[in-house]
Design a protein. Structure first.
Lengths: 352, 165
């Protein structure tokens, strides 16, 4: 690991000033950053430790019904907060389907949003990667790429955003509060991320020094709490990134869908909101035909970036499954295997 | 820059002058404090062998910078027994054959102590397996580990009931 200067500011403005210089990076828990630094993938000259900044570790219930989550709230604390889990069950389920208990105890909300892709070529410094070294080329494009993007990718980069947490957040119109050199601003989570285009090294709209200080879920997010699920296919039962995932949140009245929210994970460089599918679902019956139509619409623009045509069909099936589960209702208790397709009840068919 | 930190490790205050900000909690425990019970497996947060409790929560010590944890209260495998009396989780791992080679065991035991304190799994084997999925065992002693955690959870719950009765 390359050596670095270590700063531990005590105010947000000091942190922003310290991190605005070239080569600086923010350090929260470091569960992703230290891994990248050990591998020489990221080589910051300066770490600005934000873990002691005051006031960023709270979950607040706002007067307008919204929920404000400080950037330093730990993943486990958010997922197990009873009020939050009740209001936004798909978000809690997504959180608990990610990483391991140890990592969730450490990892922060802000860090989760800014975690880097798990593309193997990005991690392997002997490979060419346009994210790591702009313009050098992409070895994933014609390499081992069965887990890579099927939406929004470009010839320069086919990596996916790995977060589970961000998928229901995108579906529920989460807002990111950012403190920067020019003061405070807000960005919709969906608009935080850039698609790769010709500049895959620019993954989000943050400017040097910008610090995510909080995440806000609008009051409207609560309206979906009775019919909200996150579903995630992974290559082992637990402790693995998504091959494909989906967050499905429905508002059902008199047997019809009044409003739907749908987003996909593991398919693009950002959590992928399926707006066209949501429009089709609004007013529809909660039946398989409607869910299949939504799934087709969500993947209409998809194309394989390599050996991953299967992910398009898989994503459609996961959407249908997630919508079916959401329509059936949010479980009273968090499933033993959160977001899993596999039943934990002995004797029940896995593909039931 | 001042790189000295103070930690409470297994109940004892330790003041450490760091030579370098890159030192992880894992390396600090093993190389500076000679507490080699905490193991370095993958060193990348994937295997769980380095699990310790920091301020009562289980984390991967390989992905924690020591300098960032100034003032923390740390519990490692060396601090869980009381003299010759094993911690109930240690005793249960022996009773249920929860290990073979033993390399992952300190991390498994610290993770299990954390899991039981978190009180999310109860004695449901599926929830225990899920909650312990951040600890890999290459000998494949998972069946014994699950039974050990279940047993220890019950022992500790009974002890707590007795204390509060």
């Amino acid at each position: 690991m390359k050596n670095f200067e270590y700063f531990r500011p005590t105010t947000v403005s000091d942190a922003v000033a310290a991190a605005a210089v070239p080569g600086a990076a923010y350090l929260a828990s470091g569960t992703n950053l230290l891994d990248l630094m050990k591998g020489g993938v990221t080589r910051p000259n300066r770490l600005v430790d934000v873990t002691r900044l005051p006031g960023l570790d709270r979950i607040e219930h706002l007067a307008d019904g919204g929920i404000r989550i400080g950037a330093l709230v730990r993943n486990a604390d958010l997922a197990h907060d009873p009020d939050f889990a009740k209001s936004c069950p798909a978000v809690a389920e997504a959180l608990l389907s990610g990483a391991s208990a140890q990592l969730r105890n450490a990892a922060t909300v802000g860090g989760n949003l800014l975690q880097r892709t798990r593309c193997g070529y990005f991690y392997d410094t002997a490979s060419r990667c346009n994210k790591r070294e702009p313009g050098i080329g992409c070895d994933a494009r014609h390499g081992e790429n069965r887990l890579h993007a099927v939406l929004g990718w470009s010839e320069t980069c086919i990596a996916t955003h790995p977060s589970d947490f961000c998928v229901p957040l995108a579906a529920l119109d989460a807002i990111v509060e950012i403190e920067g050199r020019a003061g405070r601003r807000e960005v919709a989570l969906e608009a935080l991320y850039r698609l790769p285009g010709d500049t895959p090294e620019r993954e989000n709209v943050l400017e040097p020094g910008d610090l995510i200080v909080a995440l806000r879920l609008p009051a409207a997010a609560r309206a979906f709490s009775a019919h909200a699920r996150y579903l995630k296919v992974r290559e082992r039962t637990s402790y693995a990134f998504a091959v494909v995932s989906a967050a499905a949140c429905l508002r059902i009245e008199a047997g019809k869908i009044r409003e739907a929210r749908l987003a996909l994970g593991g398919v693009a460089a950002r959590p992928w909101r399926a707006h066209a599918a949501e429009k089709l679902l609004a007013g529809a019956n909660t039946d398989a035909a409607a869910f299949h139509r939504a799934a087709e619409a969500a993947l209409a623009e998809a194309k394989p970036s390599g050996d991953n045509l299967f992910k398009i069909e898989l994503a459609k099936r996961i959407i249908v499954r997630a919508l079916t589960l959401a329509a059936a209702g949010t479980p009273a208790r968090m499933p033993a295997l959160p977001a899993s397709l596999f039943a934990s009840v002995s004797g029940v068919l896995h593909d039931a | 820059m001042n790189l000295s930190i103070s930690l409470t490790v297994n109940g004892v205050r330790r003041d450490v002058e760091l030579s370098d900000p890159r030192v992880t909690l894992l390396d600090l425990l093993r190389e500076r404090l000679d507490l080699t019970g905490t193991k370095k497996g993958c060193d990348r947060g994937q295997c769980g062998a380095c699990t310790i409790l920091v301020d009562g929560r289980r984390i991967n010590s390989c992905l924690a910078l020591a300098i960032s944890h100034d003032g923390a209260d740390i519990l490692t495998i060396e601090g869980v027994a009381r003299g010759d009396q094993l911690h109930p989780v240690q005793a249960a791992f022996i009773a249920h054959d929860g290990f073979q080679c033993g390399f992952c065991t300190p991390g498994q035991i610290m993770s299990a102590i954390g899991l039981i304190q978190e009180a999310q799994a109860g004695d449901d084997p599926e929830r225990i397996r899920e909650g312990m999925s951040g600890n890999l065992c290459r000998c494949g002693a998972y069946a014994g580990i699950t039974e050990a955690v279940r047993d220890a959870q019950q022992t500790l719950a009974t002890a707590n009931q007795r204390r509060s009765a």
